[in-house]
Design a protein around this ligand. Sequence first.
Ligand SMILES: Nc1ncnc2c1ncn2[C@@H]1O[C@H](COP(=O)(O)OP(=O)(O)OP(=O)(O)O)[C@@H](O)[C@H]1O
Ligand SMILES: [Mg+2]
Length: 394
Amino acid sequence: MKANPGGQIDLQEVVGRDEIINQIWETLEQQSIRMNAERRIGKTTIIRKLCAEPRDGWMPVFQDLEKFHSTLEFAVGVYREVEQLLSTRQRIARRARDLLKSIGGTEVGGVFKLPSFSGEAPWKEILSNSVQDLVQECVKRSDRPLFLWDEVPFMLANIKDREGEVVAMEVLDSLRGLRQTLGDSGLRMIITGSIGIHHVINSLKRQGYANSPLNDTFPVEVPPLGIDPARELAARLIEGENIRAKSPEESADAIARVSDRFPFYIHHIVKALKLSGLEGSPDSVEQVVSQQMLDANDPWELNHYRERIPVYYGKEFEQTVLGILDSIAVRPEAISLNDLLVELKGTGTLDDREQLIDLLKLIEQDHYLSRNADGHYQFKFPLLQRWWKLSRGL
Ligand SMILES: Nc1ncnc2c1ncn2[C@@H]1O[C@H](COP(=O)(O)OP(=O)(O)OP(=O)(O)O)[C@@H](O)[C@H]1O
Ligand SMILES: [Mg+2]
């Protein structure tokens, strides 16, 4: 296997995700899913595998929603996907087609061109008719339709910027409405993306949105790989890249540990070993990890953890969140809320206990921190803590 950090990997090269995939199929029997996890942990890889290797009786549709910037683009995008899927079975999306024709769409070579709308475009109807067309076809075949939607928060943020908060809220409400009315006919969705969806929903709530549009979905957290699959991936990459190593097992073990079992970092470490020409010993693994972390080009895209702070928490909380993370990063042990508060008061970062609790909750949701059995705070991933200290000069 060749190192391919960040690229779309072959399905045979997906390691260590059988268990979560089984859990997902089982959950889907009952409920739709929102998949929440740290960036670059392998969410897209999992849903691509779900799409390519569905369990019997499921008809999956995978869509990356990043490319849609408006509600109409989204609705038409779903229509196209449904139409394409049905056409492989010599069927058509009749309701959606009739609707598109009735609103003045003209069909050229099977593709509808829509007129421009002076008022609100009928995106809700196009979306719901398209989904209903798929559901209806599935019911006939005793299949169950499954939409696998990646980068949903990204699309919602785009829609919010272009069409406003109210419309972004309507998208979430429409999807929930479809799950409610068509859930009994088997419709399921998996919603995921690289931005935490709670940030989009929180920002909508600040504008008066009172719904909890995802509370009918089951939250699935994608963990890093298990230690054995992480070693297996490292070993397969060491072999595939012909890296010299006295003990490939030891090197694979070192890579699995230092990477925090993120497949993305495992690919990167092996790639860096290959490019360095070093022997694949545990020492050289350490050496390339240090180099990569200090590399100004940021090959592991770690700067994202710093850059997203003002976006996620707002400019007004940026310094406070940095102060909290700095305080925790320098400690080898987890810290209690009270000790942290004393320290933050001392540095003039924050003196409001309730505010600290609220912020810590969000920071934890964003996977920077976790709590140990005593409820004390620590970095969730040692690799991130290491980078944080380096990049912040701590
Ligand atoms: N199960 C796996 N086995 C082997 N490699 C993997 C696996 N999962 C992910 N990878 C590697 O990690 C990279 C990132 O994975 P992926 O794009 O699925 O993550 P993601 O969580 O969707 O990222 P983002 O948060 O940026 O959307 C892939 O390009 C691939 O190199
Ligand atoms: Mg992804």
